[in-house]
Design a protein around this ligand. Structure first.
Ligand SMILES: NC(=O)c1ccc[n+]([C@@H]2O[C@H](COP(=O)([O-])OP(=O)(O)OC[C@H]3O[C@@H](n4cnc5c(N)ncnc54)[C@H](OP(=O)(O)O)[C@@H]3O)[C@@H](O)[C@H]2O)c1
Length: 286
């Protein structure tokens, strides 16, 4: 089986390249190799390489900046996803479209199921939802939308790296405690994506994150705890819990983003590791 991964220099794309099963022939394209916003290029590339599955890990992920340049967010997250689906349809490939908990408004208090009605509250979430719809409409039986949340990795830009840097620079940092979700190591998500690649019988919407629940404050405290344990950080220093109201940001963010993963557990017969186990594992090898 040949699998094309777009956005291969992003967190997930990079982890996909490092976790590829030997039985799969992987083709990893970064933005320079394949700009998904360019329909002609997508068509030319997929006609030439003829993958069986396309994992669309390319995305515009700058949540605040998207509020100022919505057309750019939609160009990648909606039109780009549509381009991938159109090309896949032509060559008979399946698509795994990666999406986000930000398609929900965060007003629930129990985990969001794949059947829950999305209602994004920022431009990024709206553009990702538009991408989901484009893929599902074009390839109802031949696509999977896999939503995830709070990704981090040793590669790319993410909360863990920002915290490690700030905790070295400052004695005290403030982190919001009223947004709830699940930190998710992109490595674990990559392994799940490979399992979905092998399941041509599945289609529709699925959720995946690591296990457990956290606020950004809890996440930061854990970075501090494990960072100190593995001598990445000084032992002193404080993390202070603050409300979102104390942080001015361009984009609204859902206060609750837990995803119900039971459909994925049942289909793939896997259960996620707790997010603290995953984070400790990564920082132990940093
Ligand atoms: N990060 C999170 O916390 C999070 C949470 C939930 C869901 N997700 C979803 O998970 C997926 C992977 O996210 P990630 O964290 O790996 O994102 P990421 O690190 O920002 O990587 C996205 C990659 O897409 C590339 N890209 C942007 N525009 C492109 C285009 N027009 N054509 C081709 N490539 C393009 C970027 O290239 P440049 O570096 O050159 O811009 C980047 O390498 C995305 O669908 C995202 O929406 C992420």
């Amino acid at each position: 089986m040949k699998v094309l991964v777009t956005g291969s220099n992003g967190q997930l794309g990079w982890e996909l390249e490092r976790t590829r099963p030997e039985t799969i022939d992987g083709l990893f394209a970064d933005r320079n190799d394949l700009d998904i916003a360019d329909y002609e290029r997508v068509l030319e590339y997929t006609r030439k390489h003829r993958p069986d599955v396309i994992v669309n890990a390319a995305a515009y992920t700058a949540v605040d900046k998207a509020e100022e340049e919505p057309e750019k967010a939609f160009l990648v997250n909606e039109a780009g996803a549509r381009n991938i689906a159109l090309a896949a349809k032509e060559i008979g490939a399946r698509v795994i479209q990666i999406s986000t908990d930000f398609v929900f408004d965060g007003k629930k208090s129990t985990p969001y199921t794949p059947e829950d009605e999305p209602n994004p509250i920022n431009v990024y979430g709206k553009s990702k939802l538009a991408g989901e719809k484009a893929v599902l409409e074009l390839l109802p039986e031949q696509s999977i939308v896999l939503r995830t949340a709070w990704l981090y990795s040793s590669h790319g830009h993410n909360f863990v790296k920002t915290m490690l840097r700030l905790m070295k620079e400052k004695d005290e940092i403030k982190v919001v405690c009223d947004q709830i979700g699940t930190p998710t190591w992109a490595r674990g998500l990559a392994e799940v994506v490979w399992k979905f690649c092998k399941r041509g019988d599945l289609s529709g919407i699925y959720h995946w994150t690591d296990g457990g629940v956290a606020s950004w404050y809890d996440f930061a405290v854990a970075v501090k705890e494990f960072g100190s344990e593995f001598n990445l950080l000084p032992k002193d220093g404080f993390v202070l819990a603050v409300g979102s109201i104390d942080f001015i940001s361009l984009a609204n963010r859902p206060s609750f983003g837990l995803l119900d993963k039971s459909k994925t557990w049942l289909e793939l017969e896997i259960v996620p590791n707790h997010w603290r186990v995953q984070l400790r594992h990564l920082l132990g090898k940093w």
